[in-house]
Design a protein around this ligand. Structure first.
Ligand code: PHE
Ligand code: ZN
Length: 899
């Protein structure tokens, strides 16, 4: 182990590599205990940088031999604070290419970090992004070094019948001693992080397709034998993805063969290795019996996401890891658009948008306000794995979405085309991307404002837009002032104004849409556009020809990732909720109303009242529930109260127990007050068609699920015994996992006595389905806390024979579900939740630092906590910090938290 924490790497220090690697020939003798790797490279000096030694990254490797042009050579090992480097000083002079051969061994069986080459259920997998390739061989492990790869795999034929790597299979055959081999050639040059191999006993679902362009392709999804029946949805999603990228962006599949392989041991969701995507089983396997609707849609999104990376990531990659959002923000944007375009109905598109925004606001906004806040293009990091964040991904996607808003959908597609014309085969920067979109649209706002727009890449923190309106009856005008600000974030005390596209409309009190005729900033500009672009700290818009005070509907469709401060009256919000033509703002109006009630009750003195909500709100909710013209999915979103975490973010001082009590009171109130309507909603959702995960039917099941939750909550106070019984019956008889899991979680969430037998039955039914057992753990760990009952339960579940801290999915389903997903269970006045967290972070760090560092972030927002939580949290974080054996990953997170 090296001494002391590592220092940061800075974006400003970027230097081109001293050597280029043209070709890589890898030969693997696969063995779990000792895999031998021969790496034969063609290198040459980079003539553009001063002559210097070749420094190759390596980690946990045993070096056997180094040859230059076939001859032994002198070399040395440098141990830096970031690991080992193999240093070669005496390389041939001049620009001539030379051959470097490196022979190493490693131990995949002991690789619990799941980075580099590892074994999962007797199968070999690799994970190389961001810096895993150096755990396989010594290399220039950086994304701007792109090479052509030829890979030979050798392994025992019986144990590892399937041998896969990137590109095309060019040769295979038998060897001595029951071994066999396969040779793969990838025709595209790529950075090392996109390398992959798989070897094991797998079976494949196969599909042959012909593209629009007339090319034939073989699509394969490899899984373990028993899982083949759960791959149909992933294959359909892949076929849809291929068709969509062709239709929307003219981007075609560039490989004869495209493979997806599933593993149950994976740190992340999935990985876009060229032609050989490796997936967490969670995002491949889905069947009616084992997966919920949201699992199905997760599979669709992630299959799309990884496939879209084939162009945005693989064909054009990142120059350095500070540019991560170049591929991730863009690819999330693409997968969001893909899922939206797959929706047959406009209402379903709106639902998808609301869901995406909800994730952004409940997870990314807190990140942007906390100790780990960083720009979409960070300036410094210690451990890059810590920067695979919702800021890089989801906020990055919002930045791309704003570009599309500013240049239009067609303009954006043109910009993409120019981006690939300019940069295909290159490793580039976020600037290059923005420049291409702007250059393809010279007349656009984006082109005019590009340097300012790019502040979205440079400045961290969530901007706030403050809006205030004034109606002037005499002049029949309405004046709207918009101003922006952005709070300080670590290392960025002062922010410059952003370019903020504000989609807007005016709604009359009776719900009618009003015409838009306005002047901007003392009459300089006349406008009638429904999109106003803020560029300054403040703007004044004067709307004309209005006979009465309008209700402004601002930031429609969530046109920018900002917090909108505006003082609506309850009546105005009820108008928007009932009538806004923008579904996002309709939903948002209900959220604002609910939030208002929640915040009032949280900050009031004394016990939480039973009636937190007023009659108007309850009746508005009833009206939504009864409205026949609305989609069930939309109703479910409107009737779901803002989460405890989202409520907490609105407060300067957070008492998680108080928030929980208030939100529970609100839930109970809605459950009881709307009981007959919930019952009607449940009955209305009954239908006899066969199962399909499409948005419309999924929405119906989601609303039915919420209705069951409410009917079970209302059962105890109203003395009802029928609904819990019906719920149990639904749980037993459901023909799909969504209905079954919803019924189960309604019983568990209500703390009903039927929950126990239901949980037992559920476990017994699905003992062999790891992803379902994950749900079983998760549901219990995230159930509403009653008198501190969750922590003892979690501790007991840690001892369950099915629990394993080594498996990231299982750890997430129990430990993360508790620490991150159950605020009231976790933030205990006795500090026992935090003590548990300390133990788990330390235990996990010894096994898998990447996963541990994510868990370490559970107390990111500790500075906002009220007494006694704040002091207890600080003490817990300090106890982690006091450990002398932390990984760089956890050390970075903890150091920032204490800063
Ligand atoms: N690049 C992957 C994706 O977003 C995520 C990932 C990062 C997976 C690092 C593994 C390791 O699609
Ligand atoms: Zn990605």
């Amino acid at each position: 182990m090296r001494e002391g924490p590592a220092t940061a790497i800075h974006r400003a220090d970027y230097q081109a590599p001293a050597y280029w690697i043209a070709t890589v020939e890898l030969c693997f003798d696969l063995d779990p205990a000792k895999t031998r790797v021969l790496n034969r490279m063609q290198l040459r000096r980079n003539p553009d940088v001063p002559a210097q030694a070749l420094r190759l990254d390596g980690e946990e490797l045993n070096l056997a031999r180094v040859l230059v042009n076939g001859q032994g050579t002198s070399f040395r090992m440098d141990t830096t604070e970031r690991g080992q480097q193999l240093v070669l000083e005496n390389l041939p002079e001049g620009d001539e290419p030379f051959t470097l051969e490196i022979f190493t061994t490693c131990c995949p069986a002991k690789n619990t970090k799941l980075m580099g080459l590892f074994v999962s259920q007797d199968t070999f997998f690799t994970q190389c992004e961001a810096e895993g390739f150096r755990r396989i061989t010594y290399f220039l492990d950086r994304p701007d070094v792109m090479a052509l790869y030829t890979v030979t795999l050798r392994a025992d034929r019986d144990k590892y019948p399937v041998l896969l790597s990137n590109g095309n299979l060019v040769e295979e055959g038998t060897l001595d001693d029951g071994r066999h081999f396969a040779k793969w050639v990838d025709p595209f040059k790529k950075p090392a992080y996109l390398f992959a191999l798989v070897a094991g006993k797998l079976v494949a679902r196969e599909q042959r397709i012909r593209s629009r362009a007339g090319n034939d392709h073989l699509l394969q999804i490899f899984v373990r034998r028993g899982d083949l029946d759960k791959t149909e949805h992933a294959m359909l999603s892949l076929m849809h993805s291929i068709a969509w990228d062709e239709a929307r962006f003219g981007l075609t599949l560039d490989l004869e063969r495209f493979m997806i392989v599933a593993t149950s041991d994976f740190n992340m969701g999935a990985m876009e290795n060229k032609g050989l995507n490796i997936f967490n089983t969670k995002y491949v396997l889905a069947s009616q019996a084992t997966a919920t609707d949201s699992d199905f849609s997760g599979v669709e999104s992630v299959v799309g996401h990884e496939y879209f990376h084939n162009w945005t990531g693989d064909r054009v990659t990142c120059r350095d890891w500070f540019q991560l959002s170049l591929k991730e923000g863009l690819t999330v944007f693409r997968d969001q658009e893909f899922s939206m375009d797959l929706c047959a109905e406009a209402s379903a598109r709106a639902v998808k948008r609301i869901e995406d925004v909800r994730v952004l606001r409940t997870v990314q906004f807190p990140e942007d306000a906390g100790p780990m806040a960083h720009p979409v293009r960070p300036d410094a990091y210690i451990e890059i794995s810590n920067f695979y964040t919702v800021t890089i991904y989801e906020k990055g996607a919002e930045v791309v979405r704003m570009m599309q808003t500013l240049v239009g959908r067609d303009g954006f597609a043109k910009g993409m085309t120019l981006y690939f014309e300019r940069h295909d085969g290159q490793a580039v920067t976020c600037d290059d991307f923005a420049q291409a979109i702007a250059d393809a649209n010279p007349q656009s706002h984006l082109a005019a404002l590009l340097p300012q727009f790019k502040r979205w890449y440079a400045q961290a923190g969530t901007p706030r837009v403050h809006a205030a309106g004034h109606y002037d009856a005499e002049n029949r005008s309405y004046t709207l002032t918009l101003s922006q600000s952005c709070p300080p974030t670590p290392d960025q005390p002062v922010k410059e104004p952003f370019v903020i596209p504000v989609a807007l409309g005016l709604v009359a009190a009776n719900g009618a849409a009003l015409p838009l005729q306005y002047t901007v900033d003392s009459g300089e500009t006349n406008a009638s556009e429904a999109l106003f672009t803020m560029t300054q700290a403040g703007h004044t818009l004067v709307f004309h020809g209005l006979d009465a005070e309008p209700v402004p509907s601002l930031l429609r469709g969530f046109s920018a990732p900002v917090i909108l401060d505006i003082e609506y009256s309850d009546a105005q919000l009820l108008t928007l909720l009932a009538h806004d033509s923008d579904p996002f703002n309709r939903w948002e109006a209900a959220q604002r109303l609910a939030l208002r009630h929640a915040l009032n009750a949280v900050s009031a003195e004394g016990d939480v009242p039973a009636q937190v909500l007023d009659g108007a709100f309850v009746e508005a909710m009833r009206a939504i529930l009864r409205e026949p013209a609305l989609d069930a999915a939309f109703k479910e979103l409107v009737l779901t109260l803002p989460s405890e975490g989202y409520i907490a973010e609105q407060l300067a001082v957070v008492d998680p127990q108080r928030i929980h009590a208030v939100r529970e009171a609100m839930r109970l109130q809605l459950a009881v007050a709307l009981q007959p309507d919930w019952a009607a909603a449940w009955e209305a959702s009954e239908h006899n068609g066969s199962y399909s995960p499409d948005p419309l039917s999924a929405g119906r099941r989601a609303l039915a699920g919420l209705a069951l939750v409410n009917l079970n909550l209302a059962a105890a106070p109203t003395g009802d015994t029928v609904w819990p019984g019906r719920t149990y019956q639904r749980f037993k008889d459901a023909d799909n996992m969504t209905d079954r899991a919803n019924a189960l979680s309604a019983l568990v969430g209500a703390g009903h006595e039927l929950a126990k037998p239901a949980l037992e039955r559920f476990h017994a039914l699905f003992t062999d389905e790891a992803l379902v057992i994950d749900k079983w753990f998760q549901m219990q760990a995230s159930a509403p806390d009653r008198g501190g009952d969750i922590l003892p339960l979690v501790k007991q579940l840690m001892k369950h024979p099915d629990f394993s801290i080594q498996n990231p999915n299982r750890a997430r389903s129990l430990v993360f579900a508790y620490c991150n997903g159950n605020p009231a269970g976790f933030h205990r006045a006795d500090g026992a939740g935090y003590a548990f967290w300390v133990e788990q972070v330390l235990a996990m760090d010894a096994i898998n630092p990447q996963v541990a560092a994510r868990l370490a972030r559970a107390l990111d927002r500790w500075k906002k906590l009220a007494a006694p939580y704040q002091a207890l949290a600080r003490e817990a974080i300090s106890r982690v910090a006091a450990s002398t054996s932390l990984s760089n990953d956890v050390r970075e997170v903890i150091t920032r938290a204490l800063a």
